[in-house]
Write a protein that binds this ligand. Sequence first.
Ligand code: ZN
Length: 314
Amino acid sequence: MNGIFRYRIKQPVTWFNQAVSKSNQYCLYCGRLVGVGATISSNKEHLVGREFVPTGAFGDGTLFNFIFRACEDCNNEKSNIERHISTVSLYNSPARRDSQIYNDIANRKAANDYYPNKQGVLIKDSDDNLTIAGGFGRSNITFGLSSPPQVEPTYFELLAFRHIQGIFSLITSHNPLTATGTTLLSHDFFHFFGLYNHADWGNPHLIEIMSRVCKFPCYANIETANGFFKVIIRKRSADDGEWFWALEWNKSYRVIGAIANINDNPAVFRNLPALVWKELGIQDGATTRIREETPLNEEQDILFVAQVEGVQIA
Ligand SMILES: [Zn+2]
């Protein structure tokens, strides 16, 4: 991992150049050749889409982002997913309460974006389903670790995968102009453990996982776009193949998972304390369960607190 400390957390990092010979040679998402001799189209990709976070959160462009060459297929697919998750996460974000500007942005997006699998249903109107399903206020229920309301679950997993692929390549590649110098993260090593609404960041799983990982060596710890994007990557130990990762999107959702052989159950997620679920009943063959969400106190929040190994945080 010679290149592990090449990124800078306070400014953009770019592997993109108009000349394909001077850009990263492989799409960091699908692994196909996008460099010299490529037979597919490629273009400029921002790891954190500028429209994913609230307009203006990247300021004048001097904050961290990772820019590289990606194939057009992956780039288009990711933009589509980002648009949906941006709308949903901003609509559910506590940042709306803190600022009229963010509130306006969230409302504008939700009034213009349709739910992907419900034809003609705008994000702003998709709340109604919840009231029917549970008869509880939206703020204190959750519908499952990876399928909270209003969200297209497969989109979450794919966007988390893309974000972690980018950061993983960034910190582990030592020369993206060469095949041997480029590290790509394959789906065969990607574990998606769960996605949590901000009102549930203090649930027993997350509390236990935070305390397990807080001593793991940290290889990336990035906060950018005025706090609307965070990512951390840790390794169980220098000679262990298992990594832990966490993302925070728009101050709204935290997503966590691991990098390990897909046939392994990562140690960090074994024997967690049970979450208490209540079954509401069966409708159309699907069981509806609810669980009370547990907010996190600020002083308990250590998920993104870490010094990166060997790097001076300037
Ligand atoms: Zn691709």
